[in-house]
Each structure stands twice: as structure tokens, then as C-alpha cells.
Design a protein around this ligand. Sequence first.
Ligand code: UD1
Length: 418
Amino acid sequence: MDKLAITGGAQLEGSVTISGAKNATLPILAATLLTDEPVCISNVPHLQDVTTTIELLGRMGAKVTVHEQMEIEVDAAEITERQAPYDLVKTMRASILVLGPLLGRFGEADVSLPGGCAIGARPIDVHVKGLQAMGADVDIIDGYIRARAQRLHGAHIVMDVVSVTGTENLLMAAVLAEGETILENAAKEPEVEDLAEFLISMGASISGAGSSKMTVRGVERLHGTNYRVQPDRIEAGTFLVAAAITGGHLRLKKVNPSHLENVLQKLQQAGASIEIGDDWIELDMRGRELKSVDISTEVYPGFPTDMQAQFVVLDAVANGAAAVTENIFENRFMHIPELQRMGANISLSGNTAVVRGVNQLKAAPVMATDLRASASLVLAGLVAEGETIVDRIYHIDRGYECIEEKLRQIGAQIRRLP
Ligand code: UD1
């Protein structure tokens, strides 16, 4: 199992090109199942979760071609297996995203239940109730969600909780349904908007994407398209934190600053100087004092839960004390015991971590437990004294493209140990 070895202390300086967004790519790849015409997707990040999705599509019978620079062509004309098996779903919960498209186009889908997850229970009631409202029979049999429908029909659905993949699944199911579907309490995340734009480019009729109410008018069929995936706002935020905590100076290229408003505001509060352009962000922390910032995670446009662990590290080395409250997932604090082992002063009470900044973290062998927790351990390694070894980094490879190469390019001392 690969590990990362990081020697702390380098001030990061230079520029990094941000990759395509993982959480936009996964639903867009799933949505290619909605048409029998070839679809071409560019700016796809080279990540383990993307490889898993390609394998899933391939097992169903889709022909997937990976061209240069991760341009991916999917031809889903012949889908023989309408199933997402356990061995793939267990490694990537987002496999549930094939449920809506399979049911919408073929009227049948068998998707393994994702089961528990390191960051909390993560139920699927929003997905199931919404599909039932659109006329599907949904049963749970032998650990599989078994969904059947003649043709889905439009429905007025008010989702109980704001769920990103729940909204995406129902959106993908609705585009080929008969009549109009209204999705209320929908997720407003930029990745949902990207999926909607992709579906519109295939001929879908959708309005309101990016707001909490979406209206979908079902169409008979969708056609092929070429589409470029939006930049990854979480990768961007993670690199900005890396620059801030090392007192560095970083320019991010090919990024969408409007997706990061809340994160940029928090970085400014923490003392960073930030400039933005159409598709770039520059952060300068040289000679500036790093100050603690309170964080409370919310659905978009609030502060993203996927940036919480990274800001715990920022607070762990900043001047002052701060409260970090996690409101989206229970049990998303598994980075904390690892950071404590590196000398961080953090006490946990319910869903709030009180973080008191210390002068210096100390290197230690640490273990990655989930995607964003792993990123936080890499960040901690960048500022710790000595060499930090981060084990189980397959979690990082699920969501960060070439993380060690990108960090090395801006001055970090980091290497992969096979
Ligand atoms: C997506 C993102 C993940 C991010 C999360 C929150 C993808 C592939 N993953 O995950 O990176 O951390 O959004 O921004 O896009 N819930 C229910 N019932 C449901 C579904 C969800 O109660 O049927 C609850 C969950 O337990 C959680 C909250 O809703 O407390 C948000 O979960 P959700 O938005 O569904 O997360 P994901 O879509 O799995």
C-alpha cells in the first residue's frame, strides 16, 4: 500500500493548474447512460473514483474510450447489465448515481446498497422516495436496491434533506420521464448545476439548476454531446490552505472563483491576501500572521463539509482558538485523533471541535481514513517538524489528481513510498 512521506517547513510558491471536479465528473459519467449516442467529456480528472466509474459503465456494456488528456468517450448504445455490483459500490458510494439514469432509460436498475461509510451512516431515503413518487417500485432485496418502472412519470417532490447525489439521481431520472417534475429543497452545489448543464446539452429541458427548486420537463430521448467538466473547487480550496499555512504565495489556474466565495472569505479572515480573476485565484501569505477562523459547515453556498478537515489544520497552527462545527455528516472528525498525535491541541464536544493553535506540529506516522481527512494529514505534514508518513493514501488518490507532483512543483518536500 502506497504511503506519502512529507518533510515539513517549505514555503509553497508558484502556480498550480486545478483539475476537473471529481464530484461533477461522477454524475456526468453516470448520465451518459441516458443516451444511445456517443458522448465526449473533457477536463476529466485522472482519479481512482473516475476509473471505478469507467469500470462500472464498462461492465454494464458501455464502450468507454479514454483519449489523450483524459478526454473520455462513452457509447452506451448497448447496455446489457442494468446492475451496479457490490464489489464496485463498496469502494465508491457514488456508484448509486447510476440508479436514476438506468431506471429513466430502461425502467430497471439493481444497485448494491452502499452500506455504512467512514464518515457516517449516509442513508438513501431521498433517492428512494423520489423515485417512488415518479412511479417506480423500489424494494431492497439481498442488499440490492431493486427498482422497476414502465416509464417514470413527472412528480412534485419535496426532498426531506438537501442531498447532493439524491438531487442528481432524481434529476437524471426526471429528464426522460413523462411530464413535468418539480424538485424542491434541491441541492444548489455547483456540481449539480454542471450535471444539469450537461443534460441540457444532451437535449434535456431543465430550469432552476443552482437554486433550491428545479423544474424538469421530460423528453422522449437525449442525444450525444461534447462537454467540459467544471474545475474542482475542493482541490482548489485544499491548495489555497496549503499555501496559507506555509506562509506561501500561490496562483491557481483554471479555477472558478465564484464557486469558492465562502472559502476565500475564511482565508481572508485568516489573514491571507487574495486576488481573483475570471479563472484564477492568487493567495499571498508571505510575512502575514495566520489567524484562527471559526467554521460551520453548511450546504452550498455555505462553507463546504469537504473543506472542514483542511481548515482544522489551518486552525491547528494559527494564532488563537476557533470552533469548527460539522453540520452535514456525523462522525466526520476522524482526522482529529491523527492530528492530536502530531501535537495539535483540539478538543471535541459533539459536532464541534475546539482548536487552539500551537507553534509547531511534530511529524508522526499517521493513517488516512477518508478522502478529505487524508488531505488534512498531508497539509499537517507540510508544516510539521520532521518527516510525516501518511499511510493508506488510496483515499487521497480517489479524489486528488497527482497530489504529490502538484505539491512538489510548488516547493513541497513530498514523495510517494510504494
Ligand atoms: C456529496 C459529495 C460529498 C460531499 C457531500 C456533502 C459526491 C459524489 N459526493 O455526497 O463529497 O461531502 O455531498 O456536500 O458528490 N442524507 C439523508 N438521506 C439521503 C441522502 C443523504 O439523510 O437519502 C443525509 C446524509 O446523511 C448527510 C446529508 O444528507 O447528512 C448530506 O448528504 P449528501 O448530500 O447526500 O451527500 P452525498 O451526495 O453522498
